[in-house]
Ligand binder design. Sequence first.
Ligand code: SAM
Length: 287
Amino acid sequence: MTHDATSTAQAIPVLLRVVEGGRRSQRDGSNAATSNPGGTVTLVGAGPGGADLITVRGAAALGRADVVVFDRLADPELVDLAPRRAERIAVGKGKGYGPDQQDICDVMVERARRGKHVVRLKGGDPFVFGRGREEIEAATQAGIDVDVIPGVSSALGAPALAGISLTDRRLASSFTVLTGHRCDESDHEWKAFAESGSTLVVLMAATTADAVAQRLLDHGRDPSEPVAFAHAAGTVDEQVARADLSETARRGCPFPSPTVMVVGAVAAAEAAALAPAAYEARVAQAT
Ligand SMILES: C[S@@+](CC[C@H](N)C(=O)[O-])C[C@H]1O[C@@H](n2cnc3c(N)ncnc32)[C@H](O)[C@@H]1O
């Protein structure tokens, strides 16, 4: 679980040469960028945290960008993959600050209309709580060609980096990704989450983890059910903490944003770090 920024910077250009020298996919944005004089928009998932967690295809698209419009959660090192001449536009949003969504769409469309290849670099995957769909609609409505390059969502990447296996045939056969921003939603939805028996992966829960836990308890989830928090996954600030549901309802999340909360028996066990016998013992304890 270490992060080495220097080796990332060295490795990505090597991967890029492999991509550029090898087979070019129609879907990586390269063909679209050259065939359409009106410019293009490529949505690129930056992956969770560290710069080395972007896909090779995403890194290659950055290498051809005329403009990079990037989020707060995308590693700034990735922006350096764009040519030096490329325009860089930070549009990071947080509670109460940052440009609104319409301004972001407008700047992308305006640059693409000038014939530029715009890379919209978004944390994790563009389509997981990322407003990717809205940005695609804005571009297509303006008649601009759009391409999407997926990223590793923090919903999957943060638990994996913490050694948590979201499914485990002995503990959980499904997982559900939800947002902590919707604690006020109908009982109906929370009842379904609580009763599912699924591993729950909660994004945007840093300030609402206590309310999330309480809603699950209200609908019958076991108070001793394990909870894990993975903060700043894939970066040098990465940290993991564990609790159970009742403690989480009392004390909330131990970390600020960005943090992923995992609820379920799998959250107790650190699959990657444990020898098989020790893991079996944890599984037996959790069931
Ligand atoms: C607006 S959502 C965007 C999710 C993003 N599209 C994705 O697929 O990861 C932001 C939330 O993602 C989670 N997140 C993003 N990056 C993270 C990281 N490196 N470590 C832990 N959580 C992260 C946090 O829950 C954060 O509040």
